[in-house]
Design a protein around this ligand. Sequence first.
Ligand SMILES: Cc1cc2nc3c(=O)[nH]c(=O)nc-3n(C[C@H](O)[C@H](O)[C@H](O)COP(=O)(O)OP(=O)(O)OC[C@H]3O[C@@H](n4cnc5c(N)ncnc54)[C@H](O)[C@@H]3O)c2cc1C
Length: 547
Amino acid sequence: MTQTSFATHEVFNQSPPFEDVNLFAVDRPLVEAVAANGGTAAASELSEFGQHWGSAAMAARGRFANENTPKLRTFDSRGNRRDEVEFHPAYHELMARSAHSGLHNSTWDPDGKPAGGAAEVVRAAKFYMAAQVETGHLCPITMTRASVAALAVQPDLLAKTMPVIGTRAYDPAFAPWPTKRGMTLGMGMTEKQGGTDVRSNMTRATRDGDGYRISGHKWFMSAPMCDAFLVLAQADEGLTCFFMPRFKPDGSVNAIQFQRLKDKLGNRSNASSEVEFAGAYAARVGDEGKGISTIIQMVQLTRQDCAIASAGLMRSGLAHAQYHARHRSVFQKHLADQPLMQMVLSDMALQVEASIALVMRLCRSFDRAPVESAEAAYMRLLTPAIKYWVCKSAPGFLYEAMECLGGNGYVEEGILARHFRESPVNAIWEGSGNVMCLDVLRALSREAEAAQAVLQGLATETKGLSGAGDAVIFVGKAFRRPDSERVARLAVEKLALLAAAAALNQVSPHHAELFARTRLAQNHASMYGAVEFGCDDVRGLLERTLP
Ligand SMILES: Cc1cc2nc3c(=O)[nH]c(=O)nc-3n(C[C@H](O)[C@H](O)[C@H](O)COP(=O)(O)OP(=O)(O)OC[C@H]3O[C@@H](n4cnc5c(N)ncnc54)[C@H](O)[C@@H]3O)c2cc1C
């Protein structure tokens, strides 16, 4: 019970906590985006998930896991190496709940092949809701799910690991993965001299019997208590991908020595290590020299998750802001009834509607890619564009959401300060902004015809929307320029906006036109709320966001 009466004052006009809500049922843009992309049959499963993750108990776990950050235990009291990281029990509970719901594996069948149906869309809806509660623990969850795509290059290894990856058990024991009920995987690519430019990796791999010995250093390797890591190292034939378990095949601890944990702006429940490989055992994944093309299979999926999680963070910011505005009165009127606040909130609501429609459309392309070449082309061209636009939108958006709560938004007891500190990371890792733009250009030059067909598809799907025709022409011309790199940010942002308008048009044509009018026909002002919407539009957008 909270105390609301004091000797000097009563507590009133404060918004109650936004907890014990069904994160699915109250989110009409999510419900409709899932349905528009093939996920209708999972509605009750998603509602159950939303009820659980929206509970006050889960919110408390998120807070505990971030206030009690992981601790590196390099040595024991007698000077023996331990190389273990200890987490608060709340972190383990979050991991267990996510694993129980298949966030780390439900897009794969037991053989590690794509599960088909709407598996990507359904998992994405869960990931979106989980991100509204706690994002740090989603790092090993996303890497585990994504690792299967790289392991597929080495079918014998995939066949061995899949029975352990494929369970819905979370097993935090520090023990060899073949003995465990469930396992998690991380990745080690970034070195001090280069993260984007992994070709500059200096970590060496030398053959040793059936396996390899890896020596070198990784500057960022997150979730160090994963059971194994996919690691890049230079072998005789060039940069190669390796599977490096925490324990060697004989059961002894592998030579993976953590030096320290990063002191990060956000993402604090998740540990990110600096690590030395002192001749660590590893098995090869794919051919020597093919490291980048092997690990990129994994990275494509983690990029998808970055976009989903950033959309989830924005949704959470919006929901908290709107909920607060409905309860807080200023000058005898609820904030939610002040015309200026209505413009801010509805403009933000439109941004989130478009983001979730776009992210779900992207996930449908992941579902359909194995059987439809047009969807595969959409997936390849638009994953980097969508990661760029959604992830880079999040920090500015969350700042505005915090401000809607006034001073309460800025303090650490609330979730918005944590969301704000978390928000830049999805744009920075797994390919930073410029790198995503260069990736779009690469996809365009490698598959010019397929990319042209994707653009043509977007033109058809946005026909009649304000500014869409001009945007299609602008994007087409910009990408054909010999110096396209110079205008890549202009063109990639426009491409993402076009794709967002197209995706929203499938869900809510009226809102797609509002989006196109304020984002395609003209440049959106640098602040949210610098728009003019009619009263009906304001009401419509805000009722959809929170009934
Ligand atoms: C919290 C956290 C956790 C992480 N966890 C992991 C992990 O588990 N495993 C792992 O391997 N890495 C991890 N990383 C590292 C991350 O992936 C890299 O930081 C990222 O890839 C960028 O690499 P870099 O830091 O070397 O920056 P650089 O590669 O030096 O890039 C710096 C800037 O230059 C830009 N840039 C690069 N190339 C070009 C170009 N050609 N033209 C124009 N601009 C360019 C980039 O967009 C970026 O803005 C993590 C990072 C963070 C912050």
